[in-house]
Design a protein. Structure first.
Length: 561
């Protein structure tokens, strides 16, 4: 008679180490693939087919650099002023509308910079409603009779970008103000500081690292912008890449300008990390007590309300009202074949990229958890997130170089061996666009997934291992159910970012393939904003979703009085 024997799971070290090794190797493969565009840009910049660097350096490059620096300086300064002042007011002061402004100040996040540029140009140009009303009111006949500022200038680009990018600074500054201790501010008042001195001497220095992070994101987005600077004829480095590549037909020269932009990005990241490393702040015991706020009355209350109202009004309300008015006039577009196709293309590309980035982010974050002691792997995961710092035009070059090389090599081999042409399999296809999205926004997904995984206690892994579960089984049965919130956030944010992405989409899209973003760009560039208003409004509406998530996550960090 056969005796029944219970079979225990294999919990030997060998049963767990081998699957872990597969995660390690898979992570390295993914990290190298994601880093390929960065490597490609620098390689082509160093070894171009036709070296026009001396010509660029002696003609247009100095102007590109000067304009880009002025653009970054202006946008950074204006965004810091708006973001920090509004964050301090809604966090530390009581005034009419404060509760509304807490979340409303994030709404301009939903408006792409190129959309707001098109709207204000349409409103403020010579044939726009504002100047027409002024001429009718004062009896002016021509532009010689009066002076009106030209919106399509460097100053106009600075204003447009600042109106939609200041929420980065507001977001970081408000989170930092909420985390600060009441006792520190109380001590400053005992020492004779008024509310302004307490802000300038205590709160602002303590928030400097967080503000530095927000400013670095603002400046990176400024470098990435193409639609606004192109429409306003501002010759920045981003516009220079587009001109050199597509108008001068020189990919090597575009890669050389792109490498210059990457140097700017590395400098920004370095400065941001230096700013954070010089100062540390630890949570105090009263961090979870209700935050004490100042009561503002009279003129101060009115000034605070206006300070918070103007960015929301100019950065969100005016563009949305104008777009909604134009969209209503062309509401029949909703049923047109072209609009449905553009919307479907945008949603399909964004959804595919969002799912791909979340899957890859899970692989990277979980592998780092398994091999946290291996510094080389941790550094590889960090390097794979560099794509977020790459401007879209730079990323487009980095993507097209390896994909075109693969297509040309395969086509040459098939022609020589079998006498058939394979054509473009990767470059010039939807795959190139999705790949660019994944590389650019992988850092967003990795950050959300990594932070969610960090909240799962290591004892969960040890318990799963003792039950004989492999790393993959542990991930699917234990970790994924626990990090659904982080996964959902990552999916949503990446989806919205892909919907708004213009430079990479514009350069890499296949022929006769348009998204909502490229559709808006083409029509608005031809001074036909009314025809594309519905598409622009749809992009803005979709962009409101992550704003709601961000507002909830910030407000929930501390109780306010």
């Amino acid at each position: 008679m056969k005796e029944n024997v219970a079979v225990l799971p294999d919990t030997s070290p060998a049963s767990f180490v081998q699957p872990q090794a597969r995660w390690y190797h898979a992570t390295w493969v993914v990290a190298l693939l994601v880093a390929l565009p960065v490597i490609s840009v620098f390689y082509l910049a160093l070894f171009p087919r036709e070296n026009i660097w001396p010509h660029l350096a002696s003609t247009v490059l100095p102007h590109y650099i000067k304009t880009t620096l002025l653009l970054m300086l202006g946008v950074g300064t204006l965004s810091a002023v708006i973001g920090v002042s509004s964050a301090w007011l809604v966090t530390m002061c009581r005034f009419p509308g404060r509760k509304i402004f807490e979340w409303a100040l994030l709404l301009p996040f939903a408006v792409p910079a190129y959309v707001i540029a098109y709207v204000y140009t349409d409103l403020l140009e010579y044939a726009g409603p504002l100047q027409m009303w002024l001429r009718e009111l004062f009896g002016w006949q021509t532009a010689r009779d009066y002076w009106f500022p030209d919106i399509r200038t460097l100053g106009g680009a600075i204003l447009m970008l600042s109106l939609v990018l200041y929420p980065y600074v507001y977001l970081m500054a408000r989170a930092s103000f909420l985390e600060q201790s009441n006792s520190i501010r109380d001590a400053s008042r005992i020492l004779g500081c008024n509310s302004w001195q307490s802000f300038y001497r205590i709160s602002l220095p303590l928030s400097r690292p967080a503000i530095a992070v927000g400013l670095s994101l603002v400046l990176m987005e400024t470098l990435n912008d193409f639609g606004t600077v192109d429409f306003f004829a501002v010759k920045s480095l981003s516009a220079g890449i587009y001109d050199t590549w597509l108008n001068m037909n020189n990919l090597g020269g575009a890669a050389q300008i792109a490498s210059m932009m990457m140097i700017f990005v590395v400098m920004l990241i370095t400065l941001e990390r230096i700013a954070r490393s010089k100062q540390r702040q630890f949570h105090s015991a009263d961090r979870f007590q209700a935050l004490e706020a100042f009561n503002l009355t009279g003129g101060k209350a009115i000034a605070a309300t206006l300070t918070c109202l103007l960015p929301v009004l100019c950065g969100f309300a005016v563009p949305v009202v104008v777009l909604a008015d134009y969209a209503w006039l062309h509401i029949d577009q909703l049923w047109s074949e072209g609009f449905v196709r553009y919307a479907a293309n945008s949603f399909l590309l964004s959804a595919t990229a969002a799912v791909a980035t979340v899957v890859i982010a899970i692989l990277l974050a979980y592998s780092k958890r398994l091999h946290h002691e291996r510094k080389s792997l941790v550094n590889a995961v960090r390097f794979s997130s560099l794509g977020y710092a790459m401007p879209g035009a730079v990323l487009a070059i980095g993507v097209i170089i390896p994909l075109a090389a693969f297509d040309n090599s395969l086509d040459g081999f098939m022609r020589q061996t079998f006498g058939i042409s394979t054509g473009l399999l990767l470059s010039g296809t939807v795959f190139a666009v999705v790949f660019a999205y994944v590389v650019r926004f992988l850092a967003v997904s990795t950050g959300a997934i990594d932070s969610s995984l960090a909240k799962v206690t290591p004892s969960m892994d040890m318990a799963s291992r003792s039950l004989g579960q492999t790393p993959a089984q542990t991930l699917f049965r234990v970790h994924l159910p626990l990090i659904r919130g982080g996964m959902t956030t990552a999916l949503l944010v990446v989806f919205v970012d892909c919907m708004k992405e213009l430079p990479a989409t514009l350069i890499l899209r296949p022929f006769n393939f348009d998204t909502l973003a490229t559709f808006v760009y083409q029509y608005a560039s031809d001074e036909m904003l009314e025809e594309c208003a519905l598409a622009a409004l749809l992009i803005v509406i979709v962009g409101i979703l992550p704003v709601i998530l961000l507002s909830r996550s910030i407000s929930g960090t501390r109780q306010e009085s």
